[in-house]
Write a protein that binds this ligand. Structure first.
Ligand code: FMN
Length: 208
């Protein structure tokens, strides 16, 4: 099959694209509602894009009522946010947290999701996710006709479940099986890690 993109509407292309870029990591984003509660929502148009400085990107769109999604508003107004890599066991909480609530209402409170405080962090993290990035707004670029917000967050601090960390030869090595990351496919489908393949590169046998 060949898909000539100009022949399809934006909605059709969205539906096609989310089935083709596979699997996608999920940024489970906690942001500050500014009223003492926290917003939580998943975004799978997400990746790490630079390491100097360390920057993550999430792409955030609009609610059906044509207002900006709460994550976009919160990060615009209050800068700091936490990106989690959700665990496979959290798939239902991830899905629940994508529910559209009025601005200022908390998915964490609505769905009974547990958060915990970390020393020195201005925002809490979701319990059960093996990785959490404390980020600070770096830039927001509006892209496309609708437009979509490309939110760039500079990572200030990273929390990693100690169970998944080892330190051979002073390197930080993370066991992805212990992290058990949840990934998104198209529609309502998700994926788990599956088999890990190890292939040494001729020029970098130690990896990297
Ligand atoms: C797994 C998953 C991934 C999603 N990825 C995105 C995404 O990349 N961009 C986006 O705008 N919405 C995405 N959504 C939809 C948002 O999570 C949803 O619109 C949510 O209500 C936004 O919440 P907020 O208004 O509290 O920010 C995704 C939903 C799910 C379940």
């Amino acid at each position: 099959m060949i898909i000539e993109c100009s022949q399809y509407t934006a909605d059709q292309l969205y539906f096609i694209l989310i089935q083709l870029v596979l699997p996608r990591p999920i940024a489970w984003v906690l942001s500050d509602n500014g009223n003492g509660t926290y917003n939580l929502a998943p975004f799978s148009f997400f990746n790490a894009i630079t390491s100097n400085p360390p920057i993550l990107m999430i792409s955030v769109g609009w609610k059906n009522d044509e207002t900006k999604k709460d994550t976009w508003v919160n990060i615009s107004e209050r800068s700091h946010f936490v990106v989690h890599i959700p665990a496979g066991a959290q798939v239902h909480e991830v899905s629940n947290s994508s529910t559209v609530l009025p601005h200022g209402a908390s998915e964490i409170d609505r769905f009974g999701i547990t958060v915990e405080n970390l020393e020195g962090w201005s925002l809490p993290k979701v319990r059960g996710a093996g990785i959490a990035f404390l980020c600070e707004k770096y830039a927001i670029h509006e892209i496309g006709a609708d437009p979509q917000a490309l939110i760039l967050g500079k990572i200030n601090c990273i929390w990693i479940d100690e169970e998944a960390v080892s330190r051979p030869n002073n390197r930080i090595v993370i066991d992805p099986v212990k992290i058990d990351p949840l990934a998104r496919l198209g529609g309502n489908h998700y994926a788990l890690l599956g088999e890990v393949l190890t292939v040494k590169r001729p020029d970098k046998p130690e990896g990297g």
